[in-house]
Ligand binder design. Structure first.
Ligand SMILES: [Ca+2]
Ligand SMILES: [Ca+2]
Length: 174
């Protein structure tokens, strides 16, 4: 059996000549296989780099985080929301001890977080062990000798570790 418009006499006008229903304008599927789902945001950089830094009492530390997607931000200091919806926050350490700083970024795709455990202590206690002693003097002396800058060692905050800084630590050590 041959379906041929000439031999069968079917013309466009006839009811038999119609676009097959499966060719009729397709309804887009809500589902597009192959389209990647929305990925959660990621942290692309952060500062400070050290997750467990030591800072001198009364010093100020800037924190920052960048992400690969716009996010709503929140900063927590020891669990308390700092009400700062930006990706930068800074804090002046006014009490000695251990502190937890947490950043949380979130959007409709998910959330990211990062945490620092910060020790704060006397500006002369380089290793925050509660004592200003030979160990702290040695840390400052090592920075002077090697020329490797140590922010904690820079007591007078002049971007250089020098004998003056060592003298300040020595004068406050046991
Ligand atoms: Ca110490
Ligand atoms: Ca200095």
């Amino acid at each position: 059996m041959f379906y041929n418009s000439v031999s069968t006499g079917i013309s466009k006008a006839s009811p038999e000549y119609s676009t097959p229903s499966f060719y009729a304008s397709p309804t887009p599927s809500p589902y597009f296989p192959g389209t990647p789902s929305n990925l959660s945001p990621s942290i692309t950089s952060f500062s400070p780099k050290n997750p467990t830094p030591n800072y001198a009492l009364n010093s100020t530390t800037p924190f920052s985080v960048t992400t690969d997607q716009p996010v709503n931000s929140a900063w927590y200091l020891n669990g308390a929301n700092q009400n700062n919806n930006t990706q930068a926050w800074s804090h002046t350490w006014d009490t000695e001890g251990q502190n937890n700083v947490t950043y949380v970024g979130a959007n409709g795709n998910g959330s990211v977080s990062i945490m620092w455990n910060v020790a704060t202590c006397s500006p002369f206690d380089m290793n925050c062990d509660g004592l200003v002693d030979q160990t702290d003097r040695a840390i400052v002396w090592n920075s002077i000798n090697t020329g490797i800058y140590c922010q904690r060692c820079d007591i007078n905050n002049n971007t250089e570790v020098e004998v003056f800084d060592w003298v300040m630590v020595s004068g406050n050590s046991v």
